[in-house]
Design a protein around this ligand. Structure first.
Ligand code: PRX
Length: 651
């Protein structure tokens, strides 16, 4: 695009970027026609389509039935036995990939490690035998609370190898958040590190585990991987150094044949009520979904050096650092620390150093790069890049164009991938050699996936350009199998809004070409830097502070983080709404949930606007927070004077 053209024009014009002939010629899917053919076939005969993909992987025992759908419960590859760890590791060993790099890891301080598939196999076997030695068995749950070190990938693969269900808790969450997640899934052990490096400082992971575990009677053992060598307390009998356990186990541990529907992992995500939901995935379908989407969306080839910047604590790291790429035998770059440590060019330095060909990151990161300035990427040779990806929230066209021009040098297709923890794998995304892209649109559904924008009342598809609820009409292999321990909540959250359809919680519209434009959440979930936070979760953290009587939390648009948390707080009598209390409350939320949930803005108010039935009118709060005049219906508002009061409180 010419220099004179502004970003605003892009917004208005809805430009189309076609994949280059050179890219398409070498891609797995080479044209829109090829994609459409594949898509139509997959929707016409889904079982046939998925069976063909699944057969590209290893099964110890073939399935009897491809899918079994008893709404809202799905089973895939029923009766089949497989092992996702086997498919990610062992499957490559008899091939030339044996000595191919599986993980190229860069530590934040500048150290690095490379593990070939053969090395990875050895490490995973040892880790799995250590877990066995601690008495862990198929079906047991283990919490994993670590920094981004190779042992994190190794640990989850080791769990998968023996059928232990992992529940990774992001290392940025607090001890209290860890307690809640351990309680919910009744984990028997925690795998952690002494500490992790973040912006040159040590994140005290083990100390947080110590604080958590005293409140978790189900935890029998804590395995500690040494990383930062800071002083940690080791509770005799309960805590074990990983390297000490590992020294005494065998390096051979065959992968266990597991039922396709055997539990694979639980990953907690925020919902619109207070308690995080344990999203539950099983082995076979998740494996097939992540395998196929990694291959098609990232157009993975054996020569690629693939770098996903997510943390394994989020689903993106599960599906697109570990399981999907490794099922394809890819070389995955993994980075431990912050993107701006020691300087804001760390990602570009890594790309140049390892000759990264595919970069998968988030809009919030891209917006930070824009703010830090073009001089940082310009210092580095990024010519190895051939494909760029985005995930986590809608990417604004301005960020898209910057990504395309400054990082991709206008030669790399961009895949804007829409999906969720619940979907397990990417659902809507361009295929880079086939799909013309439009900045801001996740484009078209992947093969086997049938999303629609629908009218909530009529359950009919919305006409082009009109916003509706984003639903998925048919089950797919990597879909969640439920919310851990709560089938009723599973039915209510996902299957009761729109009949016979999976409700995503997102709003979207389709354009005349059938392209999806995701507009964000329609429920009470806030997405901060691509991470889900439930308003209720932050509210209950605030209310647990002794000085707080009531609170209402909303998401407001934020230039850097997409959305930011704004909290309206009423104090218990006798407490003064002073500035220092805001910091105290922020620190309290960080302790209860984690730093990412800290409200950017806190507004003290004498009361909150409520309906007669006592429901907080968030819409009004949103209007106030964004400085808008209150429009819309206020007839159900209990006390009109509160609105005026809220505004003046703020001035
Ligand atoms: O609102 C959508 C947004 O992120 C939500 C899912 O969040 P989570 O389960 O944490 O998974 C994030 C990584 C897959 C979705 O409901 N979202 C994710 N990707 C996109 C997106 N919104 C728009 N465009 C995307 N590409």
């Amino acid at each position: 695009m010419g220099k004179a053209e502004s970003f605003e024009q892009v917004l208005k014009e809805s430009r189309v970027f076609k994949p280059s002939k050179e890219f398409s010629a070498l891609a797995h899917v080479k044209s829109l026609a090829q994609y459409k053919k594949m898509y139509n076939e997959s929707i016409k005969s889904p079982d046939k389509f998925w069976a063909k993909i699944a057969k590209e992987l290893h099964w110890f025992k073939p399935w009897k039935k491809v899918s079994d759908w008893k709404e809202p419960f799905a089973k895939w590859f029923v009766g089949g036995q497989t092992n996702i760890c086997y498919n990610c590791v062992d499957r490559h060993l008899p091939t030339w990939r044996r000595n191919k790099a599986a993980i190229v890891w860069e530590g934040e301080p500048g150290d690095s490690r490379v593990l070939t598939y053969n090395d990875l196999h050895r490490e995973v076997c040892i880790f799995a035998n250590t877990l066995k030695k601690l008495g862990l068995k198929k079906g047991d749950r283990v919490a994993v609370y670590m920094g981004m070190v190779p042992e994190l990938a190794i640990a989850i693969l080791a769990c998968a190898r023996i059928g232990v269900v992992h529940s990774v808790v992001f290392g940025g969450f607090s001890a209290n958040a860890l307690v809640e997640r351990i309680h919910d899934c009744q984990a028997k052990a925690v795998i952690t590190c002494d500490g992790g490096w973040r912006r040159g400082k040590i994140v005290e992971l083990k100390a947080a585990v110590d604080e958590a575990v005293v409140k978790c009677p189900t935890i029998e053992n804590v395995v500690v991987v040494q990383r930062t060598r800071n002083n940690v307390r080791m509770e005799p009998g309960r805590d074990h150094w990983y390297h000490e356990l590992a020294a005494s186990v065998d390096a051979n541990c065959p992968a266990e044949p597991l039922d396709s529907e055997q539990g694979h992992f639980i990953l907690y995500t925020s919902g619109s009520t207070g308690k995080p939901k344990g999203i539950y995935h099983t082995v076979g379908g998740y494996m097939v979904g992540t395998y196929l989407t990694s291959k098609l969306v990232f157009d993975l080839k054996d020569e690629d050096i693939y770098f996903c910047t997510a943390d394994i604590g989020w689903v993106t790291g599960h599906s697109y650092i570990v399981y999907g790429p490794m099922a394809n035998g890819a070389t995955c770059v993994m980075y431990e620390g912050a993107p701006n440590h020691p300087e804001p060019d760390r990602f570009w330095r890594i790309i140049e150093k390892y000759r990264v060909t595919i970069l998968y990151t988030a809009p919030t990161a891209i917006r930070a790069f824009i703010k830090w300035g073009e001089q940082w990427p310009q210092k580095h040779d990024l010519s190895s890049l051939r494909l760029l990806g985005s995930v986590g929230e809608p990417i604004n066209p301005e960020a898209w164009i910057w990504y395309n021009n400054v990082i991709g040098k206008k030669k790399c297709p961009i895949v804007d991938t829409w999906w969720q923890t619940e979907t397990g794998s990417i659902m809507i995304s361009p295929l880079p050699g086939a799909t013309p892209t439009k900045p801001g649109s996740a484009t078209l559904p992947l093969p086997g996936i049938l999303p629609e924008c629908v009218n909530k009342e009529t359950n009919k598809k919305m006409p082009p350009g009109e916003k509706g609820l984003l639903v998925v009409r048919k089950p797919w292999p990597s879909m969640l199998r439920g919310i851990w321990g709560d089938n009723e909540r599973y039915k209510k959250v996902y299957w009761s809004t729109v009949k016979h359809s999976y409700f995503t919680g997102d709003g979207a519209h389709c354009d005349k070409d059938g392209y999806f434009w995701i507009t964000g959440r329609v429920d009470d979930v806030i997405i901060v830097s691509g991470h889900n936070l439930g308003t209720a979760e932050v509210e209950s953290a605030l209310v647990s502070h002794p000085k707080v009587a009531e609170s209402a939390v909303i998401g407001v648009p934020d230039e850097m983080t997409g959305q930011a948390v704004t909290a309206f707080v009423t104090l218990k009598d006798g407490n003064q709404p002073i500035e220092s209390l805001k910091d105290e409350l922020r620190a309290h939320v960080a302790k209860e949930i984690g730093a990412l949930a800290k409200p950017k803005q806190i507004r003290f108010t004498a009361s909150l606007p409520k309906t007669r039935s006592g429901k907080i009118m968030r819409r009004l709060l949103r209007d106030i927070a964004s400085g808008k005049e209150t429009v819309g219906d206020t007839t159900t508002l209990e006390d009109y004077s509160i609105l005026a009061k809220l505004r003046t409180d703020d001035e």
